[in-house]
Design a protein around this ligand. Sequence first.
Ligand code: PMP
Length: 461
Amino acid sequence: MTQITNHMPTAELQALDAAHHMHPFTTQDELAGRGARVITRAEGVWIHDSEGNKILDAMAGLWCVNVGYGRDRMADVAARQMRELPYYNTFFMTTHVPAIALAQKLAELAPGDLNHVFFAGSGSEANDTNIRMVRTYWAELGQPERSVIISRKNAYHGSSMGSGSLGGMAPMHAQGGLPIPGIHHIDQPNWWAEGGSTSPEEFGLERARQLEKAIQQIGPDKVAAFIAEPVQGAGGVIVPPDSYWPEIRRICDEYGILLIADEVICGFGRTGNWFGSQTVGWQPDIMTIAKGLSSGYQPIGGSIVSDAVAEVIGKCEFNHGYTYSAHPVAAAVALENLTIMEEENIVEHVRDVIGPHLGAKWEALTEHPMVGEAKIVGMMGSIALTPHKDSRARFAADPGTVGYITRERCFANNLVMRHVGDRMIISPPLVMQPDEADMLIERAWKSLDEAMAQVKEQGLW
Ligand code: PMP
């Protein structure tokens, strides 16, 4: 068998890939027809492909490479840990130093009484843990009927049966028998797309009060928890109106339901604080973490749990866990990642330097004729594409058509931006420097110009 390497011709790699590798969230036949882009190496905020292109990665992979690519220290720690203890589990009354050290560090970084960590291999697994944990919590308190978890439409919480059910993605629910029972979805606070003629503030309140209505309709004694991302990421970087979160917090307090912050994207500096819930001003009972925890260098996730919840769970055997819960190599790499973040003041860099620098230029994209609104919190941002800003009109094409065209123009200009429908989103590595942010904006502007020309040419405006 020939050895498959970076040096093979791209077409051969693409053919082998299409023949044997099934890609996530992809129409495989379409991929086979055009060939996947082969990424070969990366450093800082840059990725390289097999055709010799050097591409600005404004998505940090999948929102995860917070400390940037090419960190030797992470590789060194992984190699050291693999030599010393490549694997051991944390079932059956055993533990190991990387698990102890990472849990302790997370307890120190997480706000308030979030002092306990249940590890998983990914964000999806961690959210599955959360479903079982909050239901077990109420069962242990003698209220087993308190099992409904409220989430939001267009939320993304993972791809497993549980986490995909928590998520509110209609195309995912259409396949494979999701959602599981006991998950209820309310509308999202997406004013641009759904706000109609109400003001953002009124709309934020109205959407938050849907939580209260849902609790009353389901019965307060049946609701276990509410889960949400501080800023919806994969849903399109939806920044709620300012009125939204205080009202949600009031409702959760009033009805005593647990609040789960999905910090898989927002955590670890992305919003200019260690955690997104700090940026939006509320204290969760459980946090879902993954992605930026290890900057994607190793697959690891988890749930950071409050004293109160951990105390209740601690009284029973929680029949739950993964072979790779607290995997020693992943835990050691995650700890090194957090050390780098602290030593290089990366959270402060986002809050005081690169967040404001990129933010001002990102918001100025509304001067482009095709951009209706531009939102950004720290280093996660979105723009809404529209043919008519004042009426927030849609294009004369299926939603996502223009977003896709724009994404393809970005790729052609060596910029990775993603589209969610007709919203373009970014989530760059947090270590981005001002000159790189300027390049991002320059390329985004050029791509928007080119996409607009194409859209007009195709009569979609
Ligand atoms: N929650 C959120 C908010 C996410 O963005 C993601 C992944 N995009 C997940 C959970 C699932 O994480 P994973 O892909 O690691 O399972």
